[in-house]
Structures are given as C-alpha cells and as structure tokens.
Design a protein around this ligand. Structure first.
Ligand code: IPM
Ligand code: MN
Length: 356
C-alpha cells in the first residue's frame, strides 16, 4: 500500500471550514479507491497560535514540514493581526524555503457556471493555465524604511529577479504549454516600465523558447493583458508571469471563470526535493468566516491536484468529476448562485464521488 505523508495546515477563518470539508473528501476517496493511505499530520499553525504563543509555527517548523510528502494549506489571516505579519510568518517563507518556484493556477468555466462576460458563450471559451513565479520578483521581501514617520520617509520595496529563478519558471511554463492541445504560451511582463528585472524576464523567454520549437508563444505587457483576458479569452491558453502580476492576473481569471470560491492553486517544487503545497486561492475571508457559507470546492479541487502530484491519478479524477457534477447540478454555495452551506456542498460532493 502506497503511503503519503500529508501535513495539514487549516490555518484561520474559512480555511478551517474548507479544510474540514477536504479531509472528509480525502478520507472517503482513500476508502473508495484503495491502494494508498494518506497519513495526515494536522498542525495548529495559524493566527490563534500566534495570539496565544507569539509565533505562527513552532521553532523548527521548516524541518518538521520537510518530513512530509506534501502540504495542504487552508488559509491564514486574522482581523487582529496585520496581514504582512501573518503572511511573512508562514505562507511566503514556506514558498521560499521549499523552493516552490512555480505556482500553477488553472482556470476554466465549468458547465453550470454562468458566463461572466458576454463574449464568452460556452465554457470552452475560457480554459487557461496560469503559471506564476512563486519565490522571488516583487515578493522578495527586500527593502526597508528610513526616516520613519517623518515627511521625508523613504520606503523601498526591491524586486529581485535572478537568471536562474526566471529561467526555471519559464522552462516549466514552456513544458506545460507543450503538454496542452493548443501548445500556446503567453509570457507576461512589464518590460516597458520596469527596465531591469522584467527585461531580463523577456530576454530569458527568448532563449528558453528555442528549446521548445513546437510551442507557439507571444509576449504581453500586463496592463494590455488584462484587456485581452476580458475581450479575447479564447486567444489565450498557457500564461506565465512574475509573482505579483501572477497574483493579480490569477484573481482576475478566477473572477472571469466563475468564483474565487472554486479557484485552486498548486505551489510546486518541480524538482521534488521539498514538499509542494496545495491550497485554495482565496484567503481567510473574515466577512463570512464561521458561518458555514464558504465554498469548499477550491480547497477540494486543490486536494485533487495534491493526489495527482502524489501519483494517485484515479482518485484525483474522481474528486474532480464529483466537484464538476455538483456545480452542474446547482448544488453550490451563494457565490455561485446556490443556496447550500459549506457542509451541504461537501456532502453532495461525497455522495457524487461515492456514486462513480
Ligand atoms: C495568493 C495570496 C497570497 C499571495 C497572499 C495571501 C500573500 O493572495 O496566494 O494569491 O499574494 O500570493
Ligand atoms: Mn492572491
């Protein structure tokens, strides 16, 4: 029997609710499919721990997590803790420590989801794979403040782009594009205004592209890219971009394709030296937390990708089908126009996967 060690960080807010749903689904699928066993290590990392003990995670957490094959992450954030603290204590160091250098965010309109824009007529009109650089760039965490709280205060926020970091991300993107039917990649930057890092980005794209002659590709500036995503969605397929631009474009994609409540995310170390992380794109959602209103589908779909990464393809497909069916049947939460609660959607998904 194949054993997989899964670190589970439910975190805060709706992260706790959607993680509970996901664990229910995973326990069901492991019984149904058989042949593998998930060993969950449920960790208390998060804002409650921070408020009680002063840190988001215990000392040595990087090495503790490293012992796992994968990490499932709910969401972290708390109304009483400034975001830059919660994020720089956990999720962002995790991406960097484990060299999860690509963030993969698939986006498509599933049957049953109403089109958000008029030029999308069928769910086939929007099917994108967004690949976001995940360890450097605008999220390098370098900078500082001088002359604090004076009129002369200066704050710097330094983006760092290394040739190695840029190249490995672009290479991954070309490989992904090559595997998809359209074999088409759009490289997004802002190399007109940002003249060092983003010019490097464009130059490396030219070089890397030579190794993938069967992949057609083009370049876009990020501002024009937002327009193209809305007006010509079918002209796009695989998209690769820097950390911050990827953060923004992937939320736009989530909005266009249905709801942030179904957008899922994979932070991968493609070398497999460190554990990869799977999480919903949404955050802790203070406005609806604790109310059983959150859409659990993003988290559940993330866990399907986690199983795929672990080699459990069959289990992954069954979960994805069940999620898609539930949406098609209108068994959804309010964000998708449905009336169900988090736990009711979870039950519906479990029923649909048991029926397959
Ligand atoms: C995301 C989130 C994070 C990001 C935040 C929580 C740091 O918005 O995963 O998209 O900006 O990467
Ligand atoms: Mn984001």
């Amino acid at each position: 029997i194949r054993q997989h060690k899964v670190a589970v960080i439910a975190g805060d807010g709706v992260g706790i609710e959607v993680t509970a749903s996901t664990l229910d689904v995973l326990r069901t699928i492991q019984k149904k499919v058989g042949g593998f066993e998930l060993k969950f290590d449920e960790l208390d990392y998060g804002s409650a721990r921070y408020k009680a003990k002063g840190s988001y995670a215990p000392e040595g957490w990087v090495e503790d997590l490293r012992k796992n094959d994968v990490i499932f992450f709910g969401a972290v954030g708390d109304p009483e803790v400034p975001d830059h603290i919660s994020l720089w204590d956990l999720i962002l160091p995790m991406r960097q420590n484990f060299q999860q250098y690509v963030n993969v965010r698939p986006s498509k309109i599933l049957p049953g989801i109403p089109a958000r824009i008029t030029n999308i007529n069928s769910h086939k009109d929007l099917d994108w794979l967004i690949i976001r650089e995940n360890t450097e760039g605008e999220y390098s965490g370098q900078g500082g403040r001088t002359h604090k709280n004076t009129p002369w205060e200066i704050a710097t926020e330094t983006s760092i782009f290394t040739r190695k970091g840029v190249e490995r991300c672009l290479r991954f993107a070309f490989e992904q594009a090559q595997k998809r039917p359209k074999k088409f990649l759009t490289v997004v930057s802002k190399s007109n205004a940002q003249r060092y890092g983003l010019v490097l980005w464009d130059e490396v794209a030219e070089i890397v592209s030579k190794d993938y002659p069967d992949v057609k590709w083009d370049k876009m500036l990020v501002d024009a890219m937002t327009v193209r995503m809305v007006t010509k969605p079918t002209s796009l397929d695989t998209i690769v971009t820097t950390n911050l631009h990827g953060d923004i474009l992937s939320d736009l994609a989530a909005g266009l394709s249905g709801s942030i409540g179904i957008a899922h995310s994979l932070s991968l170390d493609p070398t497999r030296k460190s554990p990869s992380l799977f999480e919903p794109v949404h955050g802790a959602a203070f406005d609806i937390m604790g109310k059983n209103l959150a859409n659990p589908i993003a988290a559940i779909m993330s866990s399907a990708e986690m199983l795929r990464w672990l080699g459990e393809e069959k289990a992954a497909q069954i979960i994805e089908k069940a999620c898609e069916k539930s949406i098609e049947k209108g068994q959804t939460t309010g964000d998708l126009g449905g009336k169900l609660k988090t736990t009711e959607v979870t039950e519906a998904v479990i029923k649909l996967l048991e029926d397959q």
